[in-house]
Design a protein around this ligand. Structure first.
Ligand code: NDP
Ligand code: MG
Length: 381
């Protein structure tokens, strides 16, 4: 029995993780559930899964949560710091990080320092502080297993390949809803358009990141840290059908890929069950029903965010942290209708020149850089 702390249990990844727990009650226990604002759903989840602990990051909801669960033997925590307390609990075996954005950084560090294995969905943590996180994970001998579908695919391709050299990683991308748009058309798109992702149903922030392709840029940085591969050897391949979830080309030219219907429950479950494969219901891949699998090069001019990510990875230091913070602020402003689609990349570029650069950041640098960049980007808006 694995006891899981699910950070962000009310989100897209969090609720699908609970689907897995529901399917395998003999293998997984939802030991702790955390949310930010969605107190109603958190209450329903607590009633169904009977966790030991629930935590709400926004303290304004503390009283409501405590009262609603008064009849259950559940501990109720509140506040951002509570997430760090939850992950340190000695009963927790694995922490599934499914909150969104920079907020994942401190609880992920707390979990690793406490020796907990990480099932990592919160890619922003690796984008911001990949060097720190991977170093800590090695020191504390914890595994960081990917939940992101592309990284799960790469990870699955690497099983049994210990010591074999990799030529390159082929990181597939759906291309998002604006793959065929001209620059003029991109200037007119709204958040409502961008929120209609062709293949995946995800939280709002990552859906916008997919439309700008910042998500793919972040995934390139995520792959660099998870697999120790330099960005020049990570090639983005636009594959609109989202059937090939990514591939690895080895030194002998052999290419291994992982395929499947788009369903996040598979990578979530594999991150929890590895090295075992548990049964999982749902649609199966039918190769005969697929008419075509197509592949094309990404358009770096149209999707400047993708180029920004490669530049930030090459610059290193706190530059990816600057890019992440500016992107979080710009992404939200676009969703609120306050800026245009292509302003997202413009604002990030501006932050890259205005925020203080640091070549050797530590945790304090990241916290400072994040706050400073948010101020700069908000002021530009
Ligand atoms: P959602 O927006 O659907 O869910 C986010 C979750 O995090 C919610 O439970 C939310 O709580 C909680 N949360 C938000 N802000 C905070 C905060 N400041 N402190 C604590 N908790 C917070 O996001 P997704 O599930 O789509 O994505 C989660 C992470 O997984 C992201 O990093 C994303 O990039 C990554 N990911 C997602 C994929 C997907 O298919 N959705 C695929 C691959 C990666 P509340 O609901 O109460 O506000
Ligand atoms: Mg992904």
């Amino acid at each position: 029995m694995k006891r899981i702390a699910i950070l962000g249990s009310t989100g897209s990844i969090g609720t699908q993780t609970l689907d897995i727990v529901r399917e395998h009650p003999d293998r997984y226990e939802a030991y702790a559930l955390t949310a930010h604002n969605n107190v109603e759903l958190l209450i329903r989840q607590a009633r169904e899964f009977r966790p030991e602990i629930v935590a709400i990051a926004n303290e304004d909801h503390h009283a409501q949560l405590r009262e609603a669960l008064a009849d259950l033997p559940v501990k109720v925590f509140a506040g951002a710091e509570a997430l760090c307390d939850v992950v340190r609990m000695s009963e927790v075996d694995v922490v599934l990080t499914a909150m969104v954005g920079f907020s994942g950084l401190r609880p992920t560090i707390a979990a690793i320092e406490a020796g907990k294995d990480i099932a990592l969905a919160n890619k922003e943590t690796l984008v911001v502080a990949g060097e720190l996180i991977t170093r800590l994970a090695v020191e504390r001998k914890v595994s960081v297993l990917p939940v992101d579908s592309e990284h799960s695919a790469i990870f699955q391709c690497l099983v049994g390949e210990d010591g074999n050299d990799i030529d390159k990683i082929l990181l597939t991308a759906s291309g998002g809803p604006f793959r065929r748009h001209s620059l003029d058309e991109l200037d007119r798109v709204t958040a409502a358009h961008a929120l209609q992702h062709p293949n995946w149903e995800m939280g709002a922030k990552i859906t916008i990141d997919s439309a700008t392709m910042m998500n793919k840029g972040f995934e390139m940085i995520e792959a660099k840290w998870l697999f120790g591969i330099e960005p020049e050897r990570i090639e983005v391949v636009v594959h609109p059908e989202s059937i090939v979830h990514s591939a690895v080309q080895f030194a002998d030219g052999s290419v291994k890929a992982q395929l499947g219907v788009p369903d996040m429950r598979l990578p979530i479950q594999y991150a929890l069950s590895f090295p075992r494969r548990d049964t999982l219901g749902g649609e199966r891949l039918d190769l005969f029903a697929l008419r075509n699998l197509t592949f094309e090069r990404p358009d770096f001019d149209k999707f400047d965010c993708l180029r920004i990510a490669y530049e930030a990875a090459e610059t290193g230091g706190n530059m990816p942290c600057i890019v992440n913070a500016a992107n979080e602020v710009a992404n939200l402003a676009f969703r609120q209708g306050r800026i245009a689609f292509r302003d997202i990349a413009r604002l990030i570029r501006r932050a890259m020149t205005e925020a203080d650069f640091c070549a050797r950041p530590d945790l304090d640098t990241y916290l400072h850089t994040d706050a400073e960049t948010r101020r700069i980007t908000a002021a530009c808006i």
